[in-house]
Design a protein around this ligand. Structure first.
Ligand code: FES
Length: 354
């Protein structure tokens, strides 16, 4: 039988398996410990110290996200000592930079803001000092604001461990510390492929979607789950809609296949075509001077009659069908069925094979 470990958290007896962290053990029984640098998809670094708890017999507070449980352990997650330490940490983070919540894109979704609220922090205990680093909006997709960065390294780990692009890391030292690309180049000039994984894990407004800026507060957005149409992988994404317009794309399927919360550059940022004025919204039929708008009935009747003419004149093998990776398996199945049975040819292929 597998060995188990027994401990108490806030007086509650818990039995779990060796290797479990205090944070995980607490979550298993519904005890909430706040976190900042911890993210369920990333390795734990224990760097922010917000998740500190008191463990009986240990002289210092312990980070619950990196401390594993031991038999007989007695843990307290929120006494005066713990809360005082947490408040001090959050106060120092609030003072390190310029966390201007008023117009921050992450207002309402910022984990630091929520922590300050939960801990009852009404005013800064220390004067805020700007990082002195300028904003990086060198590209069309991601805006980086070092003044809102708390150096939690979630973006670094997401880039290294999830996307394995290894574009980001820590640069400089002490107060000058900063998350940088190689040679501290702007994103646009770096090796970044703009998957936006860094944006999706950022707990503050340091990394935000540029196209979504001033397009809607988090609480104004309705999320609509859909399947990405760009390729055949079928990533699950959430269209963030405000007043009938898609203003942002996210993916909240952290534990669900096939993408587990990740998206590529097209899925996350390639949605501007949806409301683009040049987007085709009706079939066009070619005539002498160019194209004219037609109804779907007219367009489909025309295609069917021309296909019939070609088939009668030259035989079914004069026609061929090329299907799309954007279609579902079922649609692709129906398409090959249409070509083989209705048209009568085996000339059928699929763009994903090219
Ligand atoms: Fe545990 Fe940051 S969440 S140290």
């Amino acid at each position: 039988m597998a060995k188990t470990i027994s401990l108490t958290i806030n007086g509650k007896r818990i039995t779990t398996v060796p290797g479990t962290t205090i944070l995980m053990a607490a979550r298993q029984v519904g005890i909430r410990i706040p976190t900042l640098c911890y993210h369920p998809r990333l390795s734990a670094t224990g760097s922010c110290r917000v998740c500190m708890v008191e463990v009986r017999g240990r002289p210092t507070l312990m980070p619950s996200c990196t401390t594993t449980v031991e038999d007989g352990m007695e843990v307290v997650t929120a006494n005066d000592r713990v809360l005082e330490a947490r408040r001090l940490i959050v106060q120092l983070l609030l003072a390190s930079g310029n966390h201007n919540c008023l117009t921050c894109q992450s207002n309402g979704a910022c984990e630091l803001q929520k922590l300050a609220y939960d801990l009852g922090i009404e005013a800064l205990a220390f004067p805020a000092r700007s990082s002195g680093y300028p904003r990086d909006d060198s590209n069309a997709m991601i805006e980086r604001d070092p003044d809102k960065c708390i150096l939690c390294s979630r973006c670094v780990r997401a880039c290294q461990e999830v996307q394995v692009n290894e574009v980001l890391d820590f640069g400089y030292r002490g107060r000058r510390s900063k998350i940088v690309t190689a040679w501290d180049l702007p994103y646009a000039e770096s090796d970044c492929v703009f998957c936006g994984e860094c944006v999706s894990v950022c707990p503050t407004g340091a990394l935000t979607e540029k196209q979504a800026k001033f397009q809607g507060r988090p609480w104004e957005l309705k999320k609509v789950r859909t399947t990405c149409p760009y390729c055949g992988t079928g990533c699950q994404l959430d269209l963030n809609v405000r007043d009938g317009r898609v203003v942002k794309v996210t993916s909240d399927t952290l534990h669900g296949p096939p993408n587990y919360g990740s998206l590529c550059v097209k899925g996350r940022f390639g949605y501007d075509f949806i409301h683009h004025p040049d987007r085709l919204t009706a079939p066009l039929v070619r005539h002498k001077e160019g194209f004219r708008k037609a109804s779907w009935d007219e367009a489909l009747d025309l295609v069917a009659s021309r296909f019939s003419q070609i088939k009668q004149s030259y035989g079914a093998d004069a026609l061929a069908g090329l299907s799309s990776a954007r279609c579902t398996n079922e649609e692709n199945y129906l398409f090959q069925k249409l070509m083989r049975t209705a048209i009568g040819t085996n000339n059928i292929d699929h763009c994903a094979r090219l």
